[in-house]
Design a protein around this ligand. Structure first.
Ligand code: UTP
Length: 291
């Protein structure tokens, strides 16, 4: 029987340079899509997937993320006094049972692989999920819930993938696919940021992983790869052949919120899905599109 996936690692220690100057003082992961920070969407997706423990790998300048997941006494007191029930409800999802949200630090942004390795003692010897909160994935059920379900069948590593234009392969980890069974794609190899001509496919990794704890031993002695960073993709590629490894073809909608246009698109799409906003916001959009 597959072991349960109980923990998620959220690496949030990156510099967020594509959103400067905002990210000089505000962590990229707290930028709001409509009125909820990016990280809240990821945590909701994790909770829906049955995750019980949320582990953040933070870095310098990211303390606001800890505050966000703390109880805001004065604010809640004021909201209660003023009978602002819907506002009280809106902050409920940022509160978790004490001890279920933990934080560790990556002292320097040495790469995603290094960030995940920083969580090794908090994860321990059990399968776990990794989510990149700047990838906003919209589907029902959520992407991670689908992957956890798939993990119960394969008992091995699973990475979410989707098709990208070939000219973009040098922005992603890319899968070398084997046979396909529904949304599961057997994985023969994986390469970080290949040039379009060298990419084994156009199936790109999009920030959701279910991994076996053996990854930590590989990350421990992983040499620096693309961008002079310790790459998660390189360590994962070394598990292929020794452990079951599959891509999971995500069929929902992906918003790359690490990129300005993707972030703006997510704001438009999520606002138009909201009953309280879609009419007014739709009119505003019409005004701009008519010009
Ligand atoms: P990105 O590649 O988007 O980098 O990281 P970034 O620093 O956040 O943003 P840009 O490219 O400079 O604008 C993907 C995820 O991995 C985390 C980031 O916080 C983000 O959630 N990360 C990246 C780390 O935690 N540590 C690292 O060393 C690198």
């Amino acid at each position: 029987m597959a072991r349960k996936v109980r923990k998620v690692v959220l690496p949030v220690a990156g510099l967020g340079t594509r959103f400067l100057p905002a990210t000089k003082a505000v962590p990229k992961e707290l930028l709001p899509v409509v009125d909820r920070p990016l990280v809240q969407y990821a945590v909701d997706e994790a909770v829906e997937a049955g995750i019980e423990q949320i582990i953040f790998v933070t870095g310098r300048g990211k303390a606001a993320i800890e505050d966000y997941f703390d109880k805001a006494y004065e604010l809640e007191d004021q909201l209660h006094t003023k009978n602002k029930t819907s506002e009280i409800e809106s902050i409920a999802s940022s509160r978790h049972l004490a001890g279920n949200v933990t934080f560790t630090r990556q002292q320097e942004p040495a790469g995603l692989g290094h960030a995940v390795w920083c969580a090794r003692h908090l994860v321990g010897n059990e399968p776990f999920a990794v989510m990149l909160p700047d990838e906003l994935l919209h589907d029902t059920p959520g992407c991670l819930a689908q992957m956890v379900d798939a993990f119960e069948r394969t008992n091995g590593n699973i990475v979410a993938v989707l098709d990208v234009p070939r000219e973009h392969t040098n922005r992603y980890g890319i899968l070398d696919p084997g046979t396909r069974d529904g949304q599961l794609i057997e994985t023969k190899g994986m390469i970080e940021k290949p040039q379009p001509a060298e990419a084994p496919s156009t199936l790109a990794l999009v920030g959701r992983y279910v991994l076996l704890p053996e990854i930590f031993g590989l990350l421990e002695n992983q040499t620096r790869g693309a961008g002079n960073e310790i790459q998660l993709t390189d360590a994962m590629a070394r598990m292929i052949g020794t452990h079951p490894f599959h891509g999971y073809h995500f069929e929902g909608i992906r918003y790359d919120c690490g990129d300005k246009v993707g972030f703006l698109e997510a704001n438009v799409a999520f606002a138009l899905r909201r009953d309280d906003l879609k009419d007014r916001f739709g009119e505003v959009l019409d005004k701009y599109l008519a010009d």
